[in-house]
Design a protein around this ligand. Structure first.
Ligand SMILES: [Zn+2]
Length: 358
């Protein structure tokens, strides 16, 4: 199995798990089936026939999806194991955690895979449709809409009407209508991300695994009026709004240190252009991957960013990471490129120094 196929198998499984998690009722996922069929074929090729009995959905969830990917292949042929262990996505951690016998949460790693699933097989994903519609807007409209989405995970009808009044083109209205949806009954405001938190028994669910880490209970939260409010669709929230918070923070800090900034220049060729007081330009792409190997996999083929016109180019990741050598792992794949991976704190320190030396 080559790396492209291996990745495709994991992407299909991640997309399938994402689809299943979002539905309250049992849902059959073609994507999950597709991924499990690829895994079954791999097991047959490698004479792992005992595994086939465990590749129906419920056994897969329990025995494989809850464990790191590398453990799926323990005891397999050494040559095969050695080959796949070189693929960055082989380092993917568990894809789900089981809440109880009936439901599960996808992990951030699974969610990151879902985002990177670039393939015709996955092109109908809702955030992609919204994103492509946004890209058809003029540069100024694109920035206005994207910023509005990031700042309004949940939004009153009144605010939506006001935004549409200020931007009266049909194209903008279509994007906004496509990005937002009605809020289901019994939804609470998530104190962490600002989207909707819902409960299945005692189990809280939001758009992101970390929202529920502190085990919130309904009594501590604000119940949302479902008539007055709309929310972003799940994929738009997870993949456009959430990463946008880091982008806006970087913009704000850079301006605090006396720099000028442009968000999503050249219609999102990258995230933020920072113009220093001395006139030099730094290009920043903010990246939110939990696992550095997933980011390494995503950036190793990214030639677009290193050709951006700038004096320095940085991938910036949030500092709070379980992986102390996070940036080193990414910089390993960047060593021949004109791009460096740094944390947000390192970026802020560098900007502060520029301000002090001014
Ligand atoms: Zn949340």
């Amino acid at each position: 199995m080559d790396e492209t196929k291996f990745n495709k198998m994991l992407y299909a499984i991640a997309v399938g798990l994402y689809e299943k998690e979002r539905c309250d009722k049992y849902v059959y996922s073609n994507h999950l089936m597709y991924g499990l069929n690829m895994l079954s074929a791999l097991a047959v090729q490698n004479h792992q026939l005992q595994m086939l009995a465990e590749l129906h959905e419920s056994a897969f969830l329990e025995k494989y999806a809850t464990r790191p990917v590398k453990e799926w292949f323990l005891g397999w042929d050494e040559v095969f194991f050695e080959k796949v262990s070189c693929f960055p996505l082989f380092q993917t951690d568990a894809l789900i955690t089981l809440d109880d016998g009936y439901s599960f949460h996808i992990t951030e790693e699974c969610s990151d895979l879902y985002k990177d699933a670039e393939d015709d097989l996955f092109k109908a994903l809702e955030q992609r449709i919204v994103y492509h519609k946004m890209k058809e807007l003029s540069e100024a409209d694109y920035t206005a809409v994207r910023r509005f989405i990031i700042e309004h995970p949940v939004c009153t009808d009144k605010e939506l009407r006001k935004f549409k009044r200020i931007h009266p083109t049909k194209e903008i209205q279509d994007v906004i209508d496509m990005a937002y949806e009605a809020i289901p009954q019994e939804s609470y405001l998530c104190p962490q991300c600002g989207w909707t938190m819902r409960f299945h028994g005692n189990q809280a669910k939001c758009c992101n695994f970390s929202c529920t880490a502190k085990h919130p209970v309904p009594e501590q939260l604000t119940l949302l009026d479902t008539f007055e409010n709309k929310r972003l669709k799940h994929g738009v929230m997870r993949y456009i709004c959430l990463p946008g918070k880091l982008e806006l923070e970087i913009k704000q800090k850079a301006e605090k240190y006396g720099c000028k900034t442009i968000l999503w220049p050249e219609k999102d060729r990258y995230d933020i252009q920072i113009m220093l007081p001395d006139g030099s330009i730094w290009a920043v792409d903010a990246k939110m991957y939990r696992n550095p190997y997933a980011l390494a996999n995503a950036i190793k083929a990214d030639e677009a960013f290193e050709t951006v016109a700038a004096n320095k180019r940085f991938y910036v990741v949030p500092t709070k990471r379980e992986f102390p050598d996070y940036c080193d792992i990414c910089n390993d794949v960047l060593k021949d490129k004109l791009v460096q991976c740094i944390t947000d704190h390192e970026l802020y320190q560098m900007l502060r120094k520029v301000k002090v030396n001014e």
